[in-house]
Design a protein around this ligand. Structure first.
Ligand code: ZN
Length: 223
């Protein structure tokens, strides 16, 4: 099989030392396999861009959760529900390596400790910036909060649009997937759970959650 030569990259992007050229070579090969000419002007720097983008979009693997959260844990005498809603997330499904994105809502009831509010979106990013399935991402966010501050309860709800469904499916363009993880008092106490869902005012599609289900089936297609 012919080996693809690696192109000369000049100019401001010549500083490629920090990137793995083996990955760029794979992207070149992928472009060729797709029937493209990797040497045409518009694609010459694409392997470098793709690698940069993929490294960023999967940077959650390298994040240290302890470092992200440790300087933002505070002792408080407060035991009402804390909610951070409408956190934007952008992730990539591990089945197709296509984006899924949407909103994440996080709530917990403190038991002596809280997390600095600005750190909750950071925590969502840590788990979103990996190859994911939405169900696992939702659980990981909830479990990390539980393990970090041992609250009385944690609830995480994510609403995501999956491009692997929207771009390939028929009449699925407006569908979205809702996943939830309810731990502690959110799982055991229907009233706490309803209060949270009421505060979120989720769209009608989320009503199944009030029946106590842990996860609304995503309908994620594996073909
Ligand atoms: Zn997918």
């Amino acid at each position: 099989m012919a080996t693809l030569a690696f192109p000369e990259i000049e100019g401001p992007v010549a500083n490629t030392a920090m990137y793995n050229t083996a990955m760029q070579d794979l992207v070149r090969q992928l472009l060729a396999r797709l029937g493209e000419d990797p040497d045409r002007e518009g694609l010459v720097r694409t392997p470098l861009r793709v690698e940069k983008a993929l490294k960023f979009l999967t940077s959650g693997y390298d994040a240290n959760i302890g470092e992200v959260l440790n300087d933002a844990l505070f002792t408080v005498d407060y035991s009402e529900m804390v909610i951070v809603r409408d956190i934007d997330f952008y992730s990539m499904c591990e089945h197709h390596m296509l984006p899924f994105f949407g909103k994440c809502h996080v709530a917990y009831i403190p038991n002596g400790k809280v997390i600095g509010l600005s750190k909750i979106p950071r925590l969502v990013d840590v788990f979103a910036r990996r190859l994911q399935v939405q169900e696992r991402m939702t659980n990981q966010i909830a479990e990390t909060i539980r393990e970090t501050i041992h609250p009385l309860g944690v609830a995480v709800v994510c609403e995501g649009t999956h491009l692997c469904m929207a771009m390939r499916g028929v009449e699925k363009q407006n569908s979205y997937t809702i996943t939830s993880a309810m731990l502690g008092s959110f799982r055991e106490n229907p009233q706490t759970r309803s209060e949270f869902l009421e505060l979120l005012k989720l769209r009608p599609g989320a009503l199944g959650l009030t029946r106590g289900g842990l996860t609304v089936p995503s309908g994620h297609h594996l073909d």
